[in-house]
Write a protein of this length. Structure first.
Length: 116
C-alpha cells in the first residue's frame, strides 16, 4: 500500500459510518469520505460473527490485497472503510475483487479511464 495508511482510531470509523457516503452488496460495504491528507487511509472491519480468527484474518488479507492492487485506480485523499458482510467468508477472491471495483465505481472514487 504505497499511498495509504491504516485507519485505526475508533472516532474515524464512527465519523465515516455516520457522515460518509456508502454503497453495499452481498459481500462488502464501502464507506468513504474525503480527508485533508494527500494519502488515503484504509480501515477494514470483519465481525466476529463471520467466523473464527483464521477466517476473519483470511478475509482481511484478501481485502487488503485487493485494495493494494487497485490503489492506483482510486482517488487520492480519501478515508475508506471496507466492511465484510455475511457472504464474504464463502466468496471467491475474484468475487470480492469484482464487488470492490463495482462499489468503488458506484461511489465515484474510481478514477475514470482506468481499467484493470
Amino acid at each position: 500500500m504505497k499511498y495509504s495508511v491504516s485507519l485505526k482510531q475508533n472516532k474515524d470509523f464512527r465519523r465515516l459510518y455516520h457522515r460518509g457516503k456508502y454503497a453495499a452488496c452481498a459481500t462488502l460495504v464501502l464507506y468513504w469520505s474525503p480527508n485533508r491528507y494527500q494519502s488515503n487511509r484504509l480501515g477494514i472491519t470483519v465481525s466476529t460473527k463471520l467466523g473464527n480468527a483464521v477466517v476473519r484474518n483470511r478475509i482481511r488479507r484478501r481485502i487488503r490485497e485487493i485494495y493494494r492492487l487497485h490503489e492506483e485506480q482510486l482517488r487520492r485523499g480519501i478515508d475508506l472503510v471496507v466492511v465484510a458482510r455475511a457472504a464474504a467468508p464463502d466468496a471467491e477472491y475474484q468475487r470480492l475483487d469484482r464487488d470492490f471495483q463495482r462499489l468503488a465505481r458506484r461511489l465515484g472514487i474510481w478514477k475514470e479511464g482506468t481499467e484493470t
